[in-house]
Design a protein around this ligand. Structure first.
Ligand code: PRX
Length: 635
């Protein structure tokens, strides 16, 4: 039995037991047998969670790009590493082999070197989902520069904040980007951002839209001529196991975004190991994760995890609704996708559309379906399982975070059973705990509490860039010697975990704790409802009462609203109990969402509380226009 690839439930239990009984042996064996090291470690793990200080594979020397590219060249040189599927379906897809990827990464790495970039320097990457994005990420890793990818949907001010926070010298961007029927002036956004970034010495500009842009003398440089001239020979920089690999920003509940720092060896081992198992990846598979590389999901499960396994990974530039709502399914058919990984919000949006968009396409290549980013409601889960998986593909509901670097709690197909809305069981090496409000660990099953991880794992973020104290305070001060996730979870009678949502979204009504996710699940089961969000608002008698924002499907729009309100409350009453009934239900055409598709409850809470003076910065929302509509129709 190989610890690296779990194939059934018995193996899962054995491997899991081993991973918690002797984590050092467990991870040491996996690291030794499956990766390329220039020098092995002196110590697998050293940690002190009170500081917190964690180091994995201390003393080891490696380069992650040798693991993701070079070592595959002998056996898989002509295998496709990356399939680039453009926004416009009439543009030809690109198949980039491992040999080609090697050449492109080495050339790009030499361009960076020629620009004066050295090991440890920070490089900001602000690119659409085009091959240059993956190549530039790997080029940074090749020379030991720390990449900080900023999602190319962020505004100029959000970009500037991130560039300045970690003092990036270089920005890599493009003239523009295509998203559906839109063409976005990315270079203009960079120009605007750089007005407040003094430390940036040059901007490397890739051509994508061929739109006219301003090129500032002495700063802006076209990328392609530099690549054409660059040498394709670039030996990999030798990195220490704990050298930073990248910074990725995530927003906190307060304050400026947190630059989570991930380091080299542990992150590599963990992202590769979890990719292999959670997606049951096999050599001939064609794997597609629909996320953007601007998020952690793209870092770990478009770039590093798949490439470390020598996989073929798809990068999709466009959106699920362009040129029509069948685009995802058309791509699955076209490239014979075997593993498909997306977000519940996309599933819900597509489930609202006519089933013809799905049924037109041959989805028989699919083997495993995944979701990530938020709890998946029961209705969406079943639609995914029935319409897309034809009840033949295991669904992996993967729970994890930017901070965790890789998937933490998730079914393993053919090993751990999937249950709708449950992330199920911890992956090997992950030791979850549920805590009560007083910091006491809740033992046994059928308990709910705050989800913590009580033992280090290889891919955990090591610090917040420039602010270790904030890292300690945010994640390690609430519960002693444990990483606090900020999420609530329940453990059912068989020990399976269900993530119930951020604990900051828990609402106490008449002294009862109510998670928003189960109430939303109940509402979403109503046949006329497409999506909903619940927040609390102050109530004289109950302390808090519940306010629901509900998006109706087309079929519900012509219905009597008071009747619908009654039916929705009856649904909640039936599913959870009368205590969870909503005091107010507002029908709306949309919900304010972050670019990654998360509902901004902070804004909804303020509107529900009639406190609209200071809604904070709404400019980075996906759909800022919906905020005014909600204010105008507030109850
Ligand atoms: O609340 C959890 C939710 O997303 C949060 C992490 O967000 P982010 O750092 O942006 O990373 C998202 C991609 C890994 C978590 O604290 N979350 C993520 N996955 C799930 C989830 N909630 C429920 N079920 C999931 N599968």
């Amino acid at each position: 039995m190989s610890n690296y690839h779990i194939k059934n439930l018995e193996e899962y239990f054995q491997v899991y037991r081993k991973s918690v009984q002797n984590p050092e042996n467990f991870w040491g064996e996996i690291a030794e047998e499956n990766f390329l090291w220039r020098k092995t470690w002196d110590k697998v793990l050293e940690y002190d969670l009170s500081k917190p200080e964690v180091s994995w594979f201390k003393g080891a020397k490696l380069n992650i790009t040798e693991n993701c590219i070079d070592r595959h060249l002998f056996s898989r040189g002509e295998k496709t590493a990356i399939i680039f599927e453009p926004n416009d379906p009439s543009e030809k897809a690109q198949h980039i082999t491992y040999n080609e990827l090697h050449e492109r990464v080495c050339k790009f790495a030499n361009v960076l070197k020629n620009q004066g970039v050295k090991k440890g320097d920070r490089v900001c990457i602000y690119l659409p989902m085009i091959p240059e994005l993956a190549v530039s990420v790997l080029a940074c890793a090749r020379i030991g520069a720390i990449h900080s990818v900023v999602f190319a949907g962020f505004s100029a001010s959000a970009l500037a904040t991130r560039i300045n926070d970690c003092d990036c010298k270089i920005v890599i961007s493009s003239d523009g980007s295509f998203r559906g029927s839109k063409s976005i002036d990315l270079k203009g956004i960079v120009d605007e951002a750089l007005k407040s970034c003094d430390g940036v010495s040059s901007v490397l500009v890739a051509k994508r839209t061929n739109t006219e842009v301003q090129m500032k003398e002495g700063c802006d440089v076209w990328l392609q001529p530099l690549l054409d001239e660059a040498s394709s020979n670039c030996p990999a920089e030798m990195m220490d196991a704990e050298d930073p690999l990248f910074i990725l920003y995530t927003s906190g509940s307060t304050g400026k975004p947190k630059g989570m720092v991930h380091t080299t060896a542990g992150y590599m081992v963990y992202s590769a190991y979890t990719f292999k198992n959670v997606f049951q990846y096999r050599e001939a598979d064609v794997y597609w994760c629909t996320a953007d590389i601007g998020w952690i999901t793209g870092h770990s499960y478009i770039v590093y995890g798949p490439l470390a396994n020598g996989a073929t990974t798809v990068m999709f530039e466009g959106v699920p609704s362009y040129p029509n709502h069948g685009r995802f399914w058309e791509i699955v058919e076209k490239h014979k996708i075997t593993q498909f990984y997306t977000a519940p919000t996309a599933i819900r949006a597509l489930a609202k559309e006519k089933i013809d968009f799905v049924e037109k396409h041959d989805l028989s290549s699919l083997k495993v379906l995944g979701t990530v980013g938020e709890p998946i409601n029961e209705e969406a889960w079943h639609w995914y399982n029935d319409a897309i998986g034809h009840q033949k593909c295991p669904i992996v509901d993967t729970w994890w975070q930017t901070e965790t670097g890789g998937i933490m709690i998730s079914p393993i197909p053919y090993a751990t059973p999937a249950i709708p809305t449950f992330a199920t069981l911890p992956l090997p090496g992950i030791q979850p705990a549920l805590m009560d409000e007083n910091g006491k660990e809740l033992e046994g099953n059928q308990v709910s509490g705050r989800l913590c991880i009580k033992f280090p794992w290889p891919a955990m973020a090591r610090t917040i860039w420039g602010n270790h104290e904030r890292y300690r305070e945010t994640y390690f001060s609430t519960f002693e010697n444990s990483y606090f996730t900020g999420d609530g979870a329940l453990r059912n009678s068989t020990g399976f975990y269900r993530i119930t949502g951020r604990v900051d979204d828990v609402i106490i009504v008449s002294g009862h704790n109510l998670g928003t996710a189960p109430i939303e699940d109940a509402i979403n089961e109503h046949p006329a409802v497409a999506e909903s969000a619940i927040v609390g608002f102050p109530h004289e008698v109950k302390g808090n009462a519940l306010y629901g924002y509900v998006i109706l499907k087309e079929s519900g729009e012509s219905r009597n609203q008071d009747n619908l309100r009654k039916e929705i409350n009856q649904m909640i009453s039936d599913r959870i109990g009368p205590i969870a009934k909503l005091d107010k239900i507002q029908f709306t055409s949309g919900l304010p969402k972050t670019r990654s598709g998360k509902i901004m409850r902070r804004i909804l809470r303020k509107i529900a509380s009639k406190d609209i003076k200071d809604l904070g910065d709404t400019s980075t929302l996906l759909n800022p226009e919906v905020v005014q509509e909600i204010i105008d129709n507030a109850l």
